[in-house]
Design a protein around this ligand. Structure first.
Ligand code: FES
Length: 350
């Protein structure tokens, strides 16, 4: 369900990005309290009357019960991106955005320990919330951030990250790698890839001692960082990933689906049953009858359409949102699922 929230500030971060702060009315404060790392879905009507939905990560630290807290998201301009160009060119304080409550499982509930992140570009956004909340709430926690961007001028949240460094000099470690610019730190320029991270990470910190790794950014960077960490002996369960751009992923092969499938789905306590039309995802089947079905990206990235597979079998085209434990527990992304059996049942409420 979407709620209208007032924009209180639009702050220019770089030439191609802004931070948007939203005011959450007192009555919605509990619903909009986020766990560090989560995102929100926003929607607006496009130029041709179509509905556009996007998800944006929250960069502000999480509030504690009773605290007011801010809801601030980072938005970077995407080539041809209708929502991001609207946000950069038109959106201003006083406007209203329709927003869903925060969701997402790329999260860290503050706890004592050592944590680290490898981020690229706008992938800093959820990690900023994670690091700022952790360091403020847990005096024993440490955080190491390895970030990469093209140039210093294109780096989002430069000041917010510098503030963390000033405030927690002993517990916050920052390494910035610029791919197209010489740096003064002695680090060579160039992309962060598997080989480079395999050398760099053990030089920075005691890799086996890190309790949780947070990888966020373009597909290639996240995959390279995961391979580097696995190669350094890090267990999969300690690695959390969020992919921001999946343009470089090959298209999935077509599905061999049964001729006629029927989907039964439960959503907000109400169930319905509908035939699945050829080639459509199970989310689209539900959406034909229930416009309140949850989704944002329809690309397998945000996880908003997560549902529990009660019975039957499905095949997902791609999944960049669910952790292995979730798929093993029976969760699927409805926007990526196609039936492999003649009857399929999903529960969006579990
Ligand atoms: S709507 Fe984003 S993963 Fe399905």
């Amino acid at each position: 369900m979407f709620h209208p929230l007032r924009v209180s500030e639009v702050e220019r971060l770089t030439d191609d990005s802004v931070a948007v702060t939203l005011t959450v009315p007192a009555g919605l404060r509990e619903a909009f309290r986020h766990t560090p790392g989560q995102h929100i879905a926003v929607r607006r009507t496009g130029a041709h009357g179509e509905e556009i939905r996007r998800t944006y990560s929250i960069c502000s630290p999480a509030a504690q019960a009773g605290e007011e807290g801010a809801l601030r998201v980072g938005i970077r301009l995407v080539d041809g991106g209708e929502f991001s160009s609207y946000a950069l060119k038109e959106l201003s304080a006083g406007d209203t955005l329709e927003v869903m409550r925060p969701t997402g499982r790329f999260v860290l509930e503050p706890r004592a320990g050592r944590f680290a992140a490898v981020v690229g570009g706008s992938g800093i956004t959820p990690v900023l919330s994670i690091a700022a909340t952790l360091l403020a709430r847990e005096p024993e926690a440490r955080f190491c951030l390895v970030r990469s961007d093209r140039t210093a001028a294109s780096t989002m949240f430069l000041e917010d990250v510098a503030d963390l460094k000033d405030r927690y000099p002993d517990r916050f470690q920052l390494v910035t790698v610029l791919s197209r610019e010489e740096q003064q730190t002695g680090l060579p320029s160039g992309r962060l890839d598997e080989a480079r991270l395999t050398d760099l990470l053990p030089a920075l910190l005691d890799v086996p001692e890190v309790d949780g790794w947070f990888l966020c950014g373009p597909y290639g960077l996240v995959q390279g960082a995961e391979r580097a960490l696995r190669g350094l002996g890090v267990e999969r369960s300690r690695i959390h990933e969020e992919i921001f751009h999946v343009d470089d992923v090959p298209a999935p092969a077509p599905v061999a689906a049964p001729a006629h499938s029927r989907l039964t789905a439960t959503l907000d306590g109400r169930s319905g049953s509908w035939p699945v039309e050829e080639g459509e995802s199970l989310l689209d089947t539900v959406l034909r009858a229930r416009s309140d079905a949850p989704y944002a990206c329809k690309g397998g990235v945000c996880g908003t359409c997560r549902a529990f597979l009660v019975s039957g079998e499905v095949r997902m085209d791609r999944n960049f949102a669910l952790e292995q434990e979730e798929t093993e527990a029976g969760y699927v992304l409805a926007c990526q699922s196609h039936p492999l059996t003649s009857e399929v049942e999903l529960d969006f409420d579990r």
